[in-house]
Design a protein around this ligand. Structure first.
Ligand code: B4P
Length: 191
């Protein structure tokens, strides 16, 4: 079993790359962003409560995403591992994930950090706004807030991965195929 964390700022391509990596290595793709957007789309109680937080570019409460992830891990039996996309996003989420995995005799094998500069991130999200219909892509000040929240609350998780000896930094600028190749080269060092 291999468990990979896909890490990077908003718009760095975590979701884009996680989908194809999951297919190639038979991993379950767990995107907390996708799970939350599914709650919004289904107009559930949780979705209605989280809508304003997400539209402002802030993070939803840790316990909400931790519960979602635990439930998915426990209901999956037919995969070679997991690719966590957009989770953990705070040190508290990272600690909760570690405890969750240890309790199930699992561990984080690799953390892949996509590195992309702010101007390129802004550009990509503005382009995505034209097709995604996402409230958090539509407004430049919200995009700036998402990047600021990443730097303040999420980036410290990289240090957590470094201390665990699993952190691999990857250039996230280039064609989608080029970046996929770079990520595969890293994953293949552990399989
Ligand atoms: P996410 O869904 O994780 O959104 P993201 O960071 O924007 O996505 P990603 O980096 O995956 O970008 P993508 O591949 O699509 O989170 C959304 C919100 O949900 C958060 O702000 C927060 O409110 C909430 N949330 C989610 N998880 C949470 C958690 N754990 N805790 C608390 N709150 C949480 O790529 C972006 C664009 O770039 C795409 O249009 C893509 O086509 C393009 N692109 C990708 N690679 C490219 C390349 N190489 N070159 C050019 N363009 C590229």
């Amino acid at each position: 079993m291999i468990n990979v964390l896909m890490f990077g700022p908003p718009g760095s391509g975590k979701g884009t790359q996680s989908v194809t990596l999951a297919e190639k290595y038979n991993l379950l793709h767990l995107s907390t962003g996708d799970m939350l957007r599914a709650e919004l789309a289904a107009n559930t109680d949780l979705g209605r409560k989280m809508a304003a937080i997400m539209a402002s570019g802030e993070l939803v409460p840790d316990e909400v995403v931790i519960d979602m992830i635990a439930h998915k891990i426990d209901s999956t039996t037919d995969k070679a591992g997991f690719i966590f996309d957009g989770f953990p996003r705070t040190v508290q989420q990272a600690e909760a994930l570690q405890t969750m995995l240890e309790g199930r005799k699992m561990k984080i094998d690799m953390m892949l950090v996509l590195e992309v500069g702010d101007t390129e991130l802004m550009d990509r999200m503005k382009k995505r706004a034209l097709v995604s219909g996402r409230a958090d892509d539509a407004d430049e000040s919200v995009i700036n807030n998402r990047i600021a929240v990443y730097r303040a609350k999420t980036e410290p998780v990289i240090e957590y991965g470094r201390r665990a000896g699993v952190c691999h930094q990857v250039d996230g600028v280039g064609s989608i195929d080029e970046i996929f190749g770079r990520l595969c080269n890293h994953i293949e060092t552990i399989i």
